[in-house]
Design a protein around this ligand. Sequence first.
Ligand code: BEZ
Length: 405
Amino acid sequence: MPKKQNSTTTRRRFLVGTAATTGLAVAGGVLPTRFAIGAMAPIKIGILLPYSGTYAALGNAITDALKLRIEQAGGKLGGRDVEYVAINSEMSVPKAPTNTEKLIKKDEVDFLVGPVHSGIAAVMAKIVGKRTAPIMIVPNAGSNAVTGPLCGKNIFRTSFSNWQPAYPGGELMAKEGHKTAVTISWKYGAGIQMMGAGKEAFEKNGGKVVQEILIPFPQVEFQAHLAEIAALKPDAVFAFYSGGGATKFLQDYAAAGLKDNIPLYGPGFLTEGVTKAAGAAAEGIKTTLHYADTLDTDANRNFRSAYQAVAGRGADVFAVQGYDTGSLLLQAAAAVGGDVSASADVIKAMEQATFPDSPRGDWHMSKAHNPIQDIYLRQVVNGEQKLLGVAAKQLEDPATGCKLV
Ligand code: BEZ
């Protein structure tokens, strides 16, 4: 039986063939160097993100900002053209293996960018982690496992772990004097892990979580659960929702008369990118996240106006993560002069990448390949995420179970 080839080998053979048949071989029949061959083809970026359903806005923001960053640098990576191959994840965990395999084996992508959803991230990491290529960059999904037990040399994240923005949120709730809380979220990786981190921090600081509500993803029937919260009368509620589901939750929470009586907290996804749609229902809510609209830096201001100009909408944390994914790709491809098949050197460059011009402020990769970054305290004021301070300085995920650490 013939030996199974990995995608890099197959692709390189194709390129060698192309070079030979197009007469690009040098005189004397010697094939061009690997670099010269690779330089002819575009670098392929496979994208697996949601473009429909409750997380559609997140997928669009990441994609638009990723392309913006690469365009700002001349539209090339390490001197080579770029080709994007995007698949709508539909936020479907059952479809994730087929979608991932297609990008790796059929499209032979050099990099795999995705996903948004923690459940899909775990599936992708299991597939990618068994290989040496492609290199996967997670531009959102916070699954703790991806930079924990499932971490891998060729798996990087430019966003956050679910623990990171949630733990300081639980601390905040306790610091603001609340003694009892109810947690509410969707029943899948992100919801479970964020609520777990918030609860841990709240209880370590003297609070008590009296009820934990989890509803199926991406369900948005909140009425019965809000009635339960009203009956329990906790001091505060801690919630994770995002995208369209967050808008609906905020509106229902306000409509149920809870907003003025039981303060709502959570990781910042609860109000991120939805303040326009949620209107008054989002005003005043304090959350913790690795970005705030009003960060007072030139990098943030320049990014926000460039993004508004190309996307026709305001920037949010999802756009920031896409933008920084572009910066990571630019640095990695430049370090190897465009020869991204040199995986070990690409990985080294990614591990050492710096982000002094990130809209979120300075951050760098941990040993587990997850951002070490500031977590901000923000409040929605006139539809904007106003910066109130830094909730946790250069916070590093514990990366429990990661063999790289
Ligand atoms: C997640 O599934 O990991 C996730 C989705 C939306 C926002 C934040 C996290």
